[in-house]
Structure formats: structure tokens, C-alpha cells
Design a protein around this ligand. Structure first.
Ligand SMILES: Nc1ncnc2c1ncn2[C@@H]1O[C@H](COP(=O)(O)OP(=O)(O)OP(=O)(O)O)[C@@H](O)[C@H]1O
Ligand SMILES: [Mg+2]
Length: 440
């Protein structure tokens, strides 16, 4: 590597996700330090200037790569960086992480394991102030296991649409089961307004005089099973609790991983949280415009970054889930209300094509499947002359290397993502245990 000549200016850091106008106006303000640019290939490869990602404007960021390539790790990096922003920027942002694997709770602990590596980067281990939310109905199990949490999440049952229940239960809306669900929701709404729980719904099913018993029993059974999810109640947590200025809310949904309805309940959760966040931000945006016109600027509802691991399960290309429509609304119309999405997937080829088409930043770790590489190619505009496959294949074979596709500057960069300040619990388990604070 050619050293920097004495007196030569420091190379400017690269900011991705920012257009020229913002780059000139803001410089490096409102960015997250993601890693360093890799220049050269194979043996020749070396790290050069820093790479920063814009977090001040809304984005759709796609993080892709095969198993164990560093995707979940990246989401943690961006979340860490949010907490390191200057107060006046940080207070306008909030982060919600949908934690499907139950790995982000460990961010509260400093990454002592990589102290030496962090030192090479001029960084130190540091725990991050996250708020860890668990499904309300399962608090007892967390208490019993001695897992600490900061908040309990419950969702308002009355906000779930009949078609979402149908999708979650695997019924068609037009068959007798679907029709019975629709009738029950309408009936419960008539009796209780918006505030009803699953008990009220099953009662409405029981009171339905036109539906035959067998169908009513089947539908009731599904609702009774949904009660076990411990997630829905009459009122539910107010969405602003998850959207605190400068805060990171981690919603642990790993609990549902082993349940047979695991993806159904997680899809309902992501769908409803997304819908509520969207509504909250659309209203806030109106208030912000009014304040701006009046020359004020209070902005109590921060902009949001929603980070979703295993995104192809929530927003698949070949099917609809209860999360599909709310996520697509944010993908297509989230810019105006200030909503950013960070979608993580091993399989970009399985993700809904609109999420691919709307992504303005892609962080791609190593990918092997042809269909997935083709999916990335389809995102790239004609400006990219380099071959994405060749560039990905030429990445040094170490953890955390990636290619960034930046639609804003119309460029591609190879990068090494920086090490985490906070403990990452998502590594591969090893049969050979090392001594340490947390065993991996
Ligand atoms: N930038 C990095 N610097 C150092 N180590 C890293 C980096 N990125 C990832 N790693 C290492 O790689 C491991 C796997 O990363 P991660 O958990 O993010 O994989 P993943 O792509 O999310 O995999 P999966 O698809 O299986 O969830 C981490 O536990 C960490 O040890
Ligand atoms: Mg992961």
C-alpha cells in the first residue's frame, strides 16, 4: 500500500446514500460510519478511506449475503452509529429492530471479545442503550429464565383486519371460514368499537347464527390458539412507546420461532407495527409541515428506521403475508413520512420485486446462488459498468467484506465493515468452547 506522503491532504471519506446537494450542504453530518473502502484485489487488497452511510434522509437499504456473511452484524453497526450521532440529529431519529433470531439483546454489553480488533480501528468496546421489548403474554417465561427486558409489547386486536387473520390462519377470504372471520370482526366492532380482544372475537363467532357449527369451531380454535401468542389485547401498547427520540427499540420475536404458527404471528406483528408507524409518521409529518410554516420546529415524533431480519419471510415475491401490504406501503411511500427500511435477507431473489426496485442502497456480502445475483443485477441501472458478480467474487474472503451499490451517487464500492462496539450474539456456535463472558 502506498503510504500517504507527508503533508498530503487526508483523503476525503466516502458518503453513500446522499445526493450531491445534501453532500455539499451537510458534509459528514447525519452519517453512520460503516467501514472502509477496499482498494485492489486478492493479495493486493488494502483498506483505505472511511465509508459513511447517510442516515438523515429516508432510505430503503437492502442487506444481502449468504449465511454467516455479516448481515445481522451490519444492522447492529448502523444502530450503534445512531446512538453516536450528535444530539440534535439523534433526537429526530428512532430505530425499531424486528429481532427474529433473538440476537440483538446482547448490544447492551460491550464487545470485549474484539477489543484488539477494535483498537486497530481506533475504537473501543462499548455497550449500547437499547430498549428490549418482549411479547407481553410471555413475560413470565422471560422472568423465569432470568432474561431482563425493558418493555412489554401488546398489540390492539381490533386493528387486525379480517383478511390479515385469514392469511395468518391459512383461510381464503371467500370460503366459509374467511366469511365467518369477517362477520365476527364486524360484529365485535359493532359491539365494542375498536377495543376488543380475542375473547370478544370468539364470543362473536359463538353468537353467529348463520354459520354452521363445524366452521365456527374451526375458526374459534384458531383464535384460541392465537391467544397463546400472548400478543393481542384490547388496547395494546401505544406506538409512540416504540418510537422514542434517539432510542433503539428491539422487539424480540424469536420466541415464536419454534411455534408452528411462528411466521404467521410474526407477520401479523410486523404488519400491524408497520401500519401503526406509518400512520403515526404521516400525522407527524403534517404537524411538522404546519410547524415549519409557522416557523417553529418541535418534531416530537422522530423519523424511523425499521430493521427487519429475514425480510423475504415478511415480504416474499411469490405470496402475500399479513405484513406484505404495510411493508409495501412503506417501501413505495415511506420517503415522504420519513420512514427508512433496512431489509436483511439471504435470498434477495425471493424478496418482493418492489423492495428490490425501490432499494437505493444495497450492501451485498458474498452471494452464491445465481438467482440471487441476478436479482441484484436487476436493481442496478445501466450506469454500473462493472460486473457485480465479479466484484463480489473478488472480495477478500474474510468476515464483513461487502459491495455497496449506491443508487444516489451511481457507484459501487467494495468495503470492509467495521467491527462492532457492542456484543454480537449472532455468531455460529462452536463445539469447542472458548472461555469468555458469553460463549459463542
Ligand atoms: N464486519 C465484521 N467484522 C468482524 N467480524 C464480523 C463482521 N461481520 C461479521 N462478522 C463475524 O461473522 C459472524 C456472522 O455474522 P452475522 O451473524 O451477521 O451473519 P449473517 O449474515 O446474519 O448470517 P445468517 O444469514 O446466518 O443470519 C459474526 O458473529 C461475526 O463474528
Ligand atoms: Mg443473521
Amino acid at each position: 500500500m502506498a503510504g500517504r506522503k507527508f503533508g498530503a491532504p487526508m483523503p476525503e471519506r466516502i458518503v453513500v446514500g446522499r445526493d450531491r446537494e445534501d453532500a455539499q450542504a451537510y458534509g459528514e453530518k447525519g452519517t453512520a460510519f460503516l467501514g472502509k473502502h477496499i482498494v485492489g484485489k486478492g493479495e493486493e487488497a488494502h483498506l483505505t478511506t472511511g465509508v459513511l452511510i447517510d442516515v438523515a434522509r429516508p432510505h430503503v437499504v437492502l442487506v444481502v449475503g449468504k449465511r454467516g456473511s455479516g448481515k445481522s452484524y451490519d444492522a447492529g453497526i448502523i444502530a450503534e452509529e445512531m446512538t453516536r450521532l450528535p444530539q440534535e440529529v439523534r433526537q429526530n431519529l428512532s430505530v425499531i429492530i424486528i429481532d427474529t433470531m433473538g440476537i440483538y439483546w446482547s448490544m447492551k454489553k460491550p464487545n470485549e471479545r474484539d477489543r484488539e480488533l477494535l483498537k486497530e480501528w481506533g475504537l473501543k468496546p462499548q455497550g449500547i442503550d437499547i430498549e428490549f421489548f418482549i411479547p407481553k403474554g410471555h413475560a413470565g417465561e422471560y422472568d423465569k429464565a432470568g432474561i431482563e427486558y425493558d418493555g412489554m409489547l401488546a398489540l390492539p386486536c381490533g386493528e387486525i383486519k379480517p383478511e390479515d387473520w385469514c392469511m395468518a390462519f391459512g383461510f381464503s377470504q371467500v370460503d366459509p371460514h374467511g366469511i365467518a372471520i369477517e362477520r365476527a370482526v364486524k360484529h365485535a366492532r359493532k359491539l365494542h368499537g375498536g377495543a376488543f380482544g380475542i375473547e370478544e372475537l370468539t364470543k362473536s363467532i359463538g353468537d353467529d347464527k348463520t354459520t354452521e357449527k363445524q366452521v365456527k369451531d374451526a375458526v374459534s380454535n384458531r383464535f384460541l390458539a392465537a391467544m397463546e401468542w400472548g400478543l393481542f389485547e384490547k388496547k395494546g401498547t401505544t406506538i409512540s412507546r416504540l418510537m422514542q427520540p434517539g432510542k433503539i427499540a428491539v422487539i424480540d420475536t424469536s420466541h415464536y420461532a419454534s411455534a408452528s404458527a411462528g411466521w404467521s404471528v410474526r407477520n401479523l406483528l410486523v404488519g400491524l407495527v408497520s401500519r401503526m408507524v406509518y400512520q403515526e409518521r404521516v400525522l407527524a409529518r403534517k404537524a411538522e409541515e404546519n410547524e415549519a410554516m409557522a416557523g417553529e420546529g418541535k418534531g416530537q415524533v422522530p423519523m424511523v428506521w425499521i430493521m427487519i431480519d429475514e425480510a423475504h419471510q415478511f415480504l416474499p415475491g411469490d405470496a402475500s403475508t399479513p405484513a406484505s401490504e404495510p411493508l409495501l406501503t412503506m417501501v413505495r411511500q415511506g420517503r415522504e413520512p420519513g420512514i427508512s427500511l433496512l431489509l436483511i435477507t439471504q435470498r434477495p431473489g425471493k424478496l418482493h420485486e418492489d423492495a428490490l426496485a425501490q432499494a437505493d442502497l444495497v450492501i451485498s456480502h458474498r452471494l452464491t446462488s445465481r438467482a440471487d445475483i441476478e436479482a441484484l443485477r436487476s436493481i442496478m441501472q445501466t450506469y454500473v459498468l462493472e460486473d457485480i458478480e465479479e466484484l463480489i467474487n473478488s472480495l477478500p474472503r474474510q468476515k464483513g467484506t461487502a459491495v455497496i451499490l449506491d443508487d444516489n451517487s451511481e457507484r459501487l464500492f467494495a468495503i470492509q465493515v467495521r467491527p462492532r462496539l457492542s456484543w454480537h450474539a449472532g455468531g455460529s456456535p462452536s463445539a469447542i468452547k472458548k472461555k469468555g463472558m458469553f460463549e459463542e
